[in-house]
Design a protein around this ligand. Structure first.
Ligand code: CA
Length: 195
């Protein structure tokens, strides 16, 4: 059911460890970084399925990181969960304003966080299905069928991924490196993890 990858951006090592442990046990593959800038670098490669961001980070704050991700077309829809030690309404409102999918107030139980992650992933994957269209080209992302006008066109799995990626990001140019990373997943996400 899961097997999803999660990037954790959290400067406190013990919380990072606790998260990795809990999330891996729940079946997710986890990568962790301690700073927002590192997170951005990491997100330049293959994208995870969800990012957990701590509000209070040294340097760029978690909130600014979330803003940057939302502004970039490539990460605009990336599911984000914010960890915050502050519980007050202003902060909650602010994070929803930025487009955070959910937030979890510290201290939290791993079980609660996993439940939130599941809910966010369920919501975010729902609109992923269905059809992408470009001109007369229709790509069904569930059956992986491509049709152009009335003609069905056979495509292989990699062609499908490439086409899906390009159709999800129209009006944008990508260089070879970016396509290798994002479509072929050259540097496999979990292999890159550093502790
Ligand atoms: Ca922190």
């Amino acid at each position: 059911m899961s097997g999803n990858s999660i990037l954790v951006v959290e400067d406190e090592a013990d919380i990072r460890e606790m998260l990795s442990f809990a999330l891996e046990r729940a079946g997710y593959s986890v990568a962790e970084v301690a700073e927002a800038e590192e997170g951005l670098k990491r997100l330049d490669g293959p994208l995870p399925d969800l990012v957990i961001i701590d509000w209070m980070l040294p340097g760029m704050s978690g909130l600014d990181l979330a803003r940057r991700l939302r502004r970039d077309q490539l990460t605009a829809d990336l599911p984000l969960i914010m960890l915050t030690a502050k519980g007050d309404e202003t902060d909650k409102l602010k994070s929803f304003d930025v487009g955070i999918d959910d937030y979890v107030t510290k201290p939290f139980s791993p079980r609660e966080l996993v439940a939130r992650i599941k809910a966010v992933l369920r919501r975010s994957s729902a609109p992923e299905g269905g059809q992408l269209t470009f001109g007369r080209m229709v790509l069904d992302t569930q059956s992986h069928r491509l049709s152009i006008g009335d003609t069905n066109v056979h495509i292989g799995p990699t062609e499908f991924r490439l086409l899906e990626f390009l159709m999800r990001h129209p009006e944008r140019a990508f260089d070879r490196e970016q396509l290798l990373d994002r479509v072929w997943g050259r540097s496999v996400y979990v292999e890159e993890r550093t502790v």
